[in-house]
Design a protein around this ligand. Sequence first.
Ligand code: ADP
Length: 682
Amino acid sequence: MKGKEAAGEREDHGPERVLGESISKLNLILSTMKDSRYSDGLMEAWGIARDSTESKIMEERLSTLNLYGLKLNSADTLQEIYELTLDAMEQTLGFEQASFLVVDGSKFRIVGNRGYMSHLSVALPLDGSKGGITVKVARTHKPVLVLDTSRDDDYVEGIPGIRSELAVPVETKDKTVGVLNVESKKLAAFDEKDMTLLQILAWHAATATRNLEMRRELEKRSSQLSLLLKSSTRMISSTDISQRLKTVAEAIRALGWRRVVISVRDEEMEIAYPEDIVTAGLTDEEIEFLWNKKPPGQVWRERFGPEYDRFKIGEFYHLPWSDPWVRKRFSDTTVPSKLEAEAMVDWDPQDLLYAPLRLADGRIVGVLSIDDPLDGRRPTKESMAPLELFIHQAAVAVENALLIRDLNEARKQLKADAELSESKVEERTRELRKSQKQLLRAQRLVAMGELARMVGHDLRNPLTGIAGATYYLKSKLDSKKDGKAKEMLRLIEQDIGYSNKIINDLLEYSGEMRLELGRFTLKPILEEAMVLAKVPKNVKVVCLTKKCPKMKADVEKMKRVFVNVIRNAVDAMPSGGKLTIRSRKSEGFVEVSFADTGVGISKDVLERIWAPLFTTKAKGMGLGLSICKRVVKAHGGTISVESEVGKGTTFTVTVAIEPKIEGGEKVWVTMPESSSLMMKRA
Ligand code: ADP
């Protein structure tokens, strides 16, 4: 090498100075001894001296390089490595300009230079048609020595006047990561030895770069692991599933991803609850897009299936957009990336990266999708290693949270069930008590009915006898003026009437009811009822029923209802009063009201008047109103009461003009209260 010559005006120092001095000394000796007979020997001596000087220089240059090698290995930044390398080049080689270029994805960047290269473009495309010597080196991975640039086709003129160039690749393992380049304005300024030196320097720079990267990677890993460790603790400190997922998502985001989506899935890979999907780093717009395009469980089952095995990097699936198959399948499902084009190295904004949250037994409890790596790089097995560890932990955390949720739900359900069954038990007890009461009552009524039938029949005959005898005595006494005897006979007749009513009520109430439907107008039936009720003279009856339609009902039974109500009214007015009977038609119904001016009914009595056997009368049976209710109900109608103590009572019977009674004209109504009113066909 011709350091001094090539460097031109630069100061002599180091090996160049030694070489220069030795050569001039040798030349002097050579010229004075030119003609000497020893000249051959001297020439030989000069050769030896020159060789030994050059090897000494070489040695010195090598030791300079080694020194730089040491310095390079303790460099803390890549830029420091570039600058130290250029310093070493400056110390050991002569040049007009030197540069350090690195391969960055598909580009070639000048990261440091010496001389006047600042005007050169910072990035060169690696696949450009004509990239010059440096690009050739990067492509071929071989050093190139150009002794005369004007004779080299690959040379691209940068700075005018450059005549020779030397470039060597900076290589790690099997790939070229950069190029060291020196250029001179002199022809053949560099030789093979320079090339060797530059290669040694490139090796030092490559080693230093790799070491620095490894150191950084280690630091990154350790900070990632400590971050994940912290997140793991935070993750399990919450029992809430969304909270856990959020912690997981945020931890992953902190590892250098812009967008993270985690969803909990059931066996069908479906999302069971809306809160089971959690995102980190997504905008509202992106979340909406994601939610709308959310693929069904079936699609996710496929994505973890054998068809996708070729995309696997450990547990992760990386689907590169450059793959036509991926592009075809996913054209409308990926959320558009927000990454800047410059921030990307080899990651495509449309690339997909996802992994199952898988438990040790192989069950998948969720899906993790991540996107937009902040370093713009595609994932590798190494870069995904910490995440891989973490997703197993996340899967367990999700499973535990799911179990806790199930447990809580089961607990809640159990509590609700217990409360329900408690109230159900209470309700059932109440119902049981009620039906037990009803049963007892029904049994009593059945027994009473049996008894009533027997007694009724047995009593009817003697009563008929008594009535006949009374009639005879009355006719015999008619001509005589025995007032007392006549009064006695009237009392006997009245009591026969009471007894008959009791027998009739008993028989009526205890037996099955058979409706025989017929048509009638209200007014004449009411008049008959008034006669049958034997309204005394001190009670004035006002019947305000005029235009009443023809209605369909069991005439005799409806008459009995009216008789009962009128008789009760009469009983309520022992010292006389007024009974007003009104009727009116409304929407297919006829409403008949009986308003008396009697004693009225107190509130507590009012609640019980419909119950069978309830009476406030000395000679009452307490069956009248029960029978009324039963008859009216059998017609599909209602009977109600309003009363004011001291003022009077109004009973209102409402029945349909055309009642819709199942069973047609003849209807059987079963025993009351042995069951609720049941009807059967005649
Ligand atoms: P009974 O007439 O045999 O007592 P009911 O079932 O017909 O049986 O009547 C039950 C009770 O209702 C009567 O004892 C009476 O206390 C009350 N009651 C019915 N109608 C009237 C009325 N118009 N005014 C006052 N109390 C009445």
